[in-house]
Design a binder for this molecule. Structure first.
Ligand SMILES: Nc1ncnc2c1ncn2[C@@H]1O[C@H](COP(=O)(O)OP(=O)(O)OP(=O)(O)O)[C@@H](O)[C@H]1O
Ligand SMILES: [Mg+2]
Length: 286
């Protein structure tokens, strides 16, 4: 069963798409089965993965409107080690159409149920808005990865993002949690960057990934070649950072699985079997 992660921050240009493409590519390099969903009408995750966004036969738009299954719209490019459910400007039309439909926020979640077993990780690149598209991602996801640029205005808007996550968690998707906070475009020479980074650690503690993505020109160049950084310049600082992030995510996952197996064992030995009806099995925290 895939772990589904929405990459979201309604603030524009903080590195959501760069993270989506390069994290999927880095996890793909470790032979994990990965799908990247482009839920942004800008279609940058699509083109950055080397898929032409203008000539798509089917896209995530068709999936959301119920015109095709998600499996039908998935593209499997040969030059990269992950699959892409592409998106383009048609998503704007889908957004408008969804507004008037019942159960609109569950469309993506329902569409992914048939393919969730085919992947280990599904990442969703969200648009820079807390709109119905992002809401669909939050309803479908197990967690939200929040890229943050360590600069003066970085924390602005964070409270409305957290509020939205909490609202979804307390209504439609109780399993939703903050998966991690990722510091992006970090410039170590900048004092303010360190200050904001410290504030994030103070507030979010272990939710902040230890891996920091540096500002690196090679990361900005790679999309114009339709290639993730690992295929464009594998030895660049940007590539090494995203490979390190993939490693950190895999290690976190393994320790989480070990912890939950231990929890289950303890529960079994204290209750002598399965939890009683109504007894909480685990708690979810944002
Ligand atoms: N670590 C980095 N170093 C240098 N440039 C970067 C880095 N990360 C992202 N960029 C560049 O910054 C710009 C914004 O990045 P990106 O498109 O990933 O942000 P975004 O949050 O997806 O934006 P939007 O909100 O518009 O979807 C792009 O031109 C990208 O190439
Ligand atoms: Mg983007």
């Amino acid at each position: 069963m895939a772990k589904i992660i929405a990459i979201a921050n309604q603030k524009g240009g903080v590195g959501k798409t760069t993270t989506a493409i390069n994290l999927c590519a880095a996890l793909g390099e470790t032979r994990r089965k990965v799908l990247l969903i482009d839920l942004d009408p800008q279609g940058n995750a699509t083109t950055g993965s080397g898929v032409e966004k203008e000539s798509l036969e089917l896209s995530i738009c068709d999936v959301l409107l119920g015109d095709c299954s998600s499996a039908d719209a998935i593209v499997k490019p040969e030059h990269i080690q992950y699959h892409v459910l592409p998106g383009n400007a048609d998503l704007t039309a889908a957004e408008v159409q969804l507004m008037s439909e019942n159960g609109r926020e569950r469309r993506l979640s329902e569409a992914l149920s048939s393919i969730a077993d085919d992947y280990e990780y599904i990442y969703i690149d969200c648009p820079p808005a807390l709109n119905v598209l992002t809401l669909n991602a939050f309803v479908a996801a197990d967690g939200v990865l929040i890229p943050m640029q360590c600069e003066y205005y970085a924390l602005e808007g964070l409270s409305s993002l957290l509020r939205t996550i909490r609202q979804v968690q307390s209504s439609v998707n109780t399993k939703l949690r903050i998966e991690g906070i990722l510091r992006t475009m970090f410039d170590g020479r900048n004092k303010l960057g360190h200050e904001v980074s410290n504030q994030l650690i103070e507030h979010f503690e272990s939710k902040v990934y230890r891996t920091v993505i540096p500002r690196n020109i090679r990361l900005a160049e790679a999309p114009s070649f339709g290639k993730p950084i690992v295929y464009y310049d594998k030895s660049s600082r940007g590539s090494i950072a995203y490979l390190a992030l993939a490693g950190e995510i895999i290690r976190r996952e393994v320790s989480r699985q070990v912890a939950s197996a231990q929890e289950e064992k303890t529960a079994e030995s204290t209750t002598g079997g399965a939890p009683a009806a109504g007894e909480p099995v685990s708690t979810t925290t944002v």
